[in-house]
Design a protein around this ligand. Sequence first.
Ligand code: UD1
Length: 416
Amino acid sequence: MPRIIVENSSPLRGTVRISGAKNAVLPIIAASLLSNDKCILDDVPMLDDVEVMCEVLVSLGADIKRISSGRIEVNSRDIDNYEAPYELVRRMRASFLVIGPMLARMGEARISLPGGCAIGTRPIDLHLKGFSAMGAEINFGHGYIEARADRLRGERIYLDFPSVGATENIMMAAALADGRTVIENAAEEPEIVDLANFINKMGGNVKGAGTDTIKIEGVDELTGANHTVIPDRIEAGTYMVAGAITNGDIIVENIVTNHLMPVIAKLREAGVFVEEVPSGLRVYAPERVNSIDIKTLPYPGFPTDMQAQMMALTSVAQGTSVFIETVFDNRFMHVNELRRMGANIKIDGRSAVIQGVPKLTGARVKATDLRAGAALILAGLVADGITEINETHHIDRGYIDIEKKFQNLGAKVYRI
Ligand code: UD1
């Protein structure tokens, strides 16, 4: 099995270009199912998760061409299958995002119940409640969900929790529904705005994305569109923490500063300098950062996808930090691995208390999920000795060229 080896690499210096956002491109590829025409997508990170989403579309009958690095063409004209199989959906939970567009375009979808990162129970009840409210008939059996509707009808839908996936799935379904759908308590993440922009480029009518009320006026058909995916704010945040933890001085390029405000605010509170420069953000840090408290929340709150990386940073901060994870119910699996590297962290339910230590030590550890894996690389950058990270496939789900990008910053990060 491949492993990632990390050696102490302080301080990092140089520039890193951030790729297109995984969590934006996945729903956008799914939304290409809404049209009979070709869609051209740019700045597509060819990550494992993106490959899986492409395979799901191909299994439904779509034709996907990789035109050049970062550019793909999706043609969903010849969709002839309603079923997304277990073998693909189990590899990535976000495959479930095809159900909304399939239902809207084909009137039918059959999808295996999703798998994905093992970060707590991740139900899909909000997606299904939305489709039911719009007139779909939903049935379960043999590990599959079947949804049917001659034509979905617009409805007012209140989400109990501002779920990113449910907001996206309902928004895509509503784009071709009969009449107006209003999603209340909608997720406000930048990736939702990117999806809405894409649907509008296809001729859709989505208003209010980025606020908690999204209004979608259904149209009879959507056309093809060209779209460049927004930069990945979580990849950017991860490299910013790398600059901070190594007492480094780096520039992250191709970012949207506004999307990073929750992360920038916490880094600054920790004593890290974050400055806007013409090409992006410069991040430089004192030798040892200060402790900070973090509570994860839906956007614009602090992102749960940056919690593990910030925990690596506070593991070596001066003082005690308290983290509260409110979005997922089992997202502290990195704690055991960080402890193996000498971190002093206690967990009580959804809270973690991190007593900063002056030094971590390299160890054999495993990536338990995508962001946990990133946190271990960050810890390895400042640990004495060698850190060997196993189960690296989790990391490849969300970080493109990770060793190369770290090496360009002067880090000793290799894959063996
Ligand atoms: C998306 C992101 C993921 C991020 C998460 C929260 C993608 C591909 N993934 O995941 O990286 O960590 O947002 O920012 O964009 N929930 C329900 N019922 C539902 C749906 C969700 O109870 O029907 C709960 C989940 O169990 C979880 C919370 O809502 O506790 C947040 O989930 P959600 O916002 O849906 O996350 P994802 O879309 O799966």
